[in-house]
Design a protein around this ligand. Structure first.
Ligand SMILES: *[C@@H]1O[C@H](CO)[C@@H](O)[C@H](O)[C@H]1NC(C)=O
Ligand SMILES: *[C@@H]1O[C@H](CO)[C@@H](O)[C@H](O)[C@H]1NC(C)=O
Ligand SMILES: *[C@@H]1O[C@H](CO)[C@@H](O)[C@H](O)[C@H]1NC(C)=O
Ligand SMILES: *[C@@H]1O[C@H](CO)[C@@H](O)[C@H](O)[C@H]1NC(C)=O
Ligand SMILES: *[C@@H]1O[C@H](CO)[C@@H](O)[C@H](O)[C@H]1NC(C)=O
Ligand SMILES: *[C@@H]1O[C@H](CO)[C@@H](O)[C@H](O)[C@H]1NC(C)=O
Ligand SMILES: *[C@@H]1O[C@H](CO)[C@@H](O)[C@H](O)[C@H]1NC(C)=O
Ligand SMILES: *[C@@H]1O[C@H](CO)[C@@H](O)[C@H](O)[C@H]1NC(C)=O
Ligand SMILES: *[C@@H]1O[C@H](CO)[C@@H](O)[C@H](O)[C@H]1NC(C)=O
Ligand SMILES: *[C@@H]1O[C@H](CO)[C@@H](O)[C@H](O)[C@H]1NC(C)=O
Length: 822
């Protein structure tokens, strides 16, 4: 019994121990291997390169494209194209030396990838300058650039910077942490005159770029870090002085552990295919007097007058015992060190792999010359080398622009600001002209023949190109925007499948709107500005400021925003049923009943009333229209799009300098006064009520002149008593005549030319509720919308102050009421 228990205990212990040993080892991490420009993952050399839709890293996708071609390696069948400075951002969870590999393959596609020219940088370093992404030696092969860098920051950005009027591209990116001490910070720097001295500042303050990695005396091979080793023969200066040693047949066991700081090689320094092959001197006859003539020399192409990191790998599997062979290492014919396995203090057990590192400054010949010369005093005169790596040392550069991410960064904001100020000026001039034309038209009244300007107007206000920026906004300091609502770009990319076309639910002057699902499962609408356009920045900031202060059942809630780099993204609650306009005309959707339409008008009026008089107080929407009223799955309406909103103290008149709003909805008084008031919203809302009743656009240039403008046409019909004739045929039979009368009177009051003659939103709300009551019958309390609103505690009935007007006062003036705050 006892022995069985002991055995089990021992087995357990053994298992524990083996686990512990295993944890000492290093495995190439899965992060990050990225198949750029694709949503699909690809397996190459046993590594899974994930598509960007499943990306754990963020990339700024500003102006990117994808393309495909029929290239043998699937990794090179897609590329991401950058037409402006763009980056991939990687989270770093471990300090250490990282390997970065960039793959470029300019496959043929309509976007001629061969014509790219770009720089690539990481903070403080240029990785590539004026690169064209082409492999100069073989244009049917990829260009693979490999870098080693120390990273001690929580994240790193690799930035692609296209040269002027060109673009950048990349097919794949690898970035992963290397085993500890693969490269040491401390290294000797060698100069032909001056010998060796420690490299000041250390290697970790620099970046290394692989130039050549030679499996000396061996074949092409790839190691576990996916580094390629190639034969050395073509770099030999005197091939007649060297021969390949037969490969080692046994097993090369590097020193175990990964904390080596000296010449001892670890499992990851170089593979046994490298240490188990070598080039050695030809047979040296006993009579040979000048052994320097038996030198083995490699000439390695490098950049001129630049520091290079040189690593020489040795493994004496040639000798039967330690100390029989030693030889001299020279660089540029200057003696550097004697190579002696005994001196290297590796181990008395052969073969023992080890290496030497040097930083060497190249001369202007474009090559670095490395020579090994046998020593005549050795028992067996010979020289050998197993592997050689050469990397360019990239010094940090002040010319690399800093990362631009912080919202308050001057550099980031300045070009955008200048751009939109100039844009704003141009737009304002255009609008002054439009305003002038508009006033001419208003003067001409119904006899207007002048319609030259109409065709260029937005048909129904679906897009916002009629909107203009407010100059005063630019002059004020950039407002501090709510940082709690900030959502990382990566989350939005995940939510929208990297802004995939299948997620697109809307387009506007601002940019595109995508449907997305956040990590917490919430469905949202993601409004993304045209990247880098600089358009709409003031609107963007206003919208964040205004919306973050507001929570109301009938106002679309802002969930968050993202302003990383050049992105301007707003995230709203998702409104399942889209815009009110979509349910009124030019659509396949089923027609809404009159009662539902009334309820939608009531909801929207309540939202606007809250904007004007609610807790946030004194906010003018300034762009009320049927595309800015959204419906949720239960047709509950919410007012959206506060990009043009302006809040201010209640006591001050809302004076503005720029023109806002959308033609067809715009308060006619505005062109005279240049002021927008709450009553301007009331006017626009009156146009929306007409749209709801007639199911047609606010401006329809295809109609006869007097019918183009719905507001004018509606008033004309009302005055003539023929409003019946322009009602949406699909609801005509449902409408109770009293309800219609109340509704049309409300419209008429809203559309009064003089703002002071128009009711407040509170009045409008009450009128609409009354119209609904008239529709459902005075004793029918079942309509929850009505009863709920009547229970509002802070609303009491007051005689309306704004019902006196020329055309509006008919029989039931006495039952007009207004909502008002206590
Ligand atoms: C190093 O490689 C040898 C041979 O492949 C292996 O036996 C040993 O476990 C490895 N050591 C570590 C620490 O991984
Ligand atoms: C990508 O390639 C496809 C097919 O080769 C081509 O139709 C498309 O225009 C290309 N797109 C771009 C942006 O070059
Ligand atoms: C693509 O660009 C390269 C470099 O500018 C040029 O040599 C080549 O002719 C171009 N190819 C095509 C198909 O336009
Ligand atoms: C590059 O490819 C073209 C055709 O694809 C070929 O004519 C040319 O010789 C190649 N150049 C090099 C340097 O391989
Ligand atoms: C260029 O292509 C050759 C041949 O495929 C390859 O061996 C070499 O590594 C490539 N050069 C670069 C810098 O990627
Ligand atoms: C990484 O290095 C930085 C700077 O040397 C240090 O502040 C940070 O704490 C380190 N992080 C970890 C996880 O070791
Ligand atoms: C790219 O690098 C070159 C060479 O240093 C530099 O002159 C140029 O300004 C850089 N261009 C960009 C867009 O970063
Ligand atoms: C190299 O390994 C041997 C044997 O494990 C050890 O005695 C020696 O101290 C090591 N040298 C260095 C510099 O780590
Ligand atoms: C070199 O020496 C070895 C062993 O002494 C011998 O087998 C081989 O034939 C010699 N090679 C030449 C080219 O003389
Ligand atoms: C190296 O060997 C070659 C060929 O034997 C000889 O011409 C050259 O002078 C030698 N170099 C030195 C530094 O002795």
């Amino acid at each position: 019994m006892a022995t069985v228990q002991l055995c089990i205990a021992l087995l357990f212990l053994l298992q524990l121990l083996s686990l512990q040993f295993a944890s000492l080892g290093y495995n190439v991490p899965d992060k990050y291997f990225i198949n750029c420009g694709s949503d699909n993952s690809v397996t190459e050399s046993g590594k899974v390169y994930v598509g960007e839709s499943t990306l754990q890293a963020t990339f700024s996708s500003s102006n990117t494209e994808r393309n495909q071609s029929s290239v043998p390696s699937p990794l090179y069948q897609t590329a991401r194209i950058f037409r402006m400075d763009s980056w991939y951002k990687f989270d770093i969870d471990k300090n250490g030396t990282y390997l970065v590999r960039l793959h470029f393959f300019p496959f043929s596609s309509p976007t001629n990838l061969s014509s790219a020219t770009f720089n690539v940088s990481v903070p403080g370093f240029w990785l590539l300058q004026n690169s064209n992404g082409r492999n100069d030696t073989n244009n049917n092969s990829a260009l693979v650039k490999e870098f080693f860098m120390e990273i001690r920051t929580p994240s790193i950005k690799i930035t692609f910077r296209p040269l002027e009027s060109s673009f950048a591209f990349v097919n794949a990116i690898e970035l992963f942490v290397l085993p500890l001490n693969l490269i040491s910070d401390k290294v000797s720097r060698f100069t032909p005159i001056g010998g060796t001295s420690p490299l000041s500042g250390g290697l970790y303050s620099r970046v290394l770029e692989t130039k050549r990695r030679l499996n000396v005396g061996g074949q092409t091979t790839r190691d576990i870090l996916l580094r390629n080793w190639i034969p050395d023969d073509i770099y030999l200066t005197y091939p007649e002085n060297a021969k390949n040693r037969t490969p080692y047949q046994g097993k090369i066991v590097p020193r175990v552990g990964d904390d080596s700081d000296g010449p001892n090689a670890t499992n990851y320094t170089a593979p046994s295919e490298v240490y188990g092959t070598a080039k050695e001197s030809i047979n040296i006859s006993d009579s040979a007097r000048d052994l320097s003539l038996f030198n083995i020399t490699w000439a390695l192409p490098v950049d001129s007058n630049t520091d290079h990191f040189l690593r020489l790998h040795f493994c004496d599997y040639l000798s039967s015992q330690v100390g029989l062979t030693f030889f001299d290492l020279s660089i540029y014919d200057a003696h550097v060190i004697q190579i002696n396995t005994e001196e290297a203090d590796v181990s008395n057990e052969l073969p023992a792999p080890y290496y030497y590192d040097f930083v060497v400054n190249s001369d202007n010949s474009g090559i670095i010359k490395v020579s090994l010369t046998p020593d005549g005093t050795a028992a067996i005169p010979n020289a050998f080398l197993n592997g050689l790596e050469i990397m360019k040392v990239i010094e940090s550069s002040n010319s690399v622009p800093p990362d631009l991410e912080e919202p308050d960064s001057e550099y980031n904001r300045l070009p955008l600001l200048l751009g939109s100020v100039l844009g704003g000026l141009v737009l304002v001039s255009i609008v002054v002209l439009f305003g002038f034309l508009w006033r001419c038209k208003m003067k001409k009244e119904k006899s207007a023949e002048n319609s030259d300007w109409l065709p260029i107007l937005d048909n129904a206000g679906g897009s916002s190109h009629g909107r203009l920026t407010d100059i005063t906004n630019h002059c004020s300091p950039i407002p501090k925007i709510n940082l709690e609502l900030k959502i990382p770009l990566i989350d939005l990319q995940l939510a929208t499948k990297s802004f995939h076309a299948t997620q697109l639910i809307g387009k506007g002057g601002f940019g595109n709107v995508y449907k997305g699902v956040l990590r917490n499962g919430m469905t949202v609408a993601v409004k993304r500005s045209q990247p880098g356009s600089g358009q709409g920045l003031p609107e963007f900031q206003t919208e964040i400021m205004v919306l973050s202060k507001i929570r109301h059942k009938h106002l679309v809630s802002l969930i968050g925003y993202c302003d990383e780099r050049f992105e301007m993204i707003l995230v709203y609650e998702y409104m399942e049923k889209g815009t009110l306009r979509d349910h009124l005309y030019s659509t396949m959707l089923p027609s809404l009943s009159w009662k539902v339409r009334l309820q939608i008008c009531i909801d929207s009026a309540r939202g606007l009333h809250y904007l004007h008089k609610g807790a946030a107080g004194g906010i003018i929407h300034r762009d009320v229209k049927s595309t800015n009223i959204l419906l949720d799955e239960n047709h509950v309406a919410k007012v959206a799009d506060f990009g043009l909103s302006r809040s201010g103290p209640d006591t001050q008149p809302h004076v503005t300098t720029g023109v806002k709003g959308t033609f067809g909805y715009l308060d006619p008084e505005y062109f005279g006064s240049q002021q927008l008031t709450e009553k301007s919203d009331v006017y626009s809302f009156g146009v929306v009520l007409l749209e709801v009743l007639c199911a047609r656009a606010a401006i329809d240039p295809s109609l006869p002149t007097d019918q183009i403008n719905l507001a004018e046409w509606g008033l004309l019909c009302k005055n003539k008593g023929i409003l019946q004739d322009i009602i949406d045929p699909s609801i005509k039979d449902q409408i109770n005549q009293n309800s219609l009368r109340k509704f049309s009177e409300t419209i008429e009051k809203c559309l009064q030319e003089d703002g002071s003659d128009r009711p407040s939103m509170g009045d409008v709300l009450w009128d609409l509720e009354y119209a609904l009551q008239l529709q459902t019958g005075p004793y029918d309390d079942s309509s929850s919308g009505v009863s709920a609103s009547l229970q509002l505690p802070n609303v009491r009935r007051l005689p309306s102050l704004s019902t006196l007007n020329e055309a509006g006062d008919e029989s039931d003036c006495a039952v007009d009421y207004a909502f008002s705050e206590d």
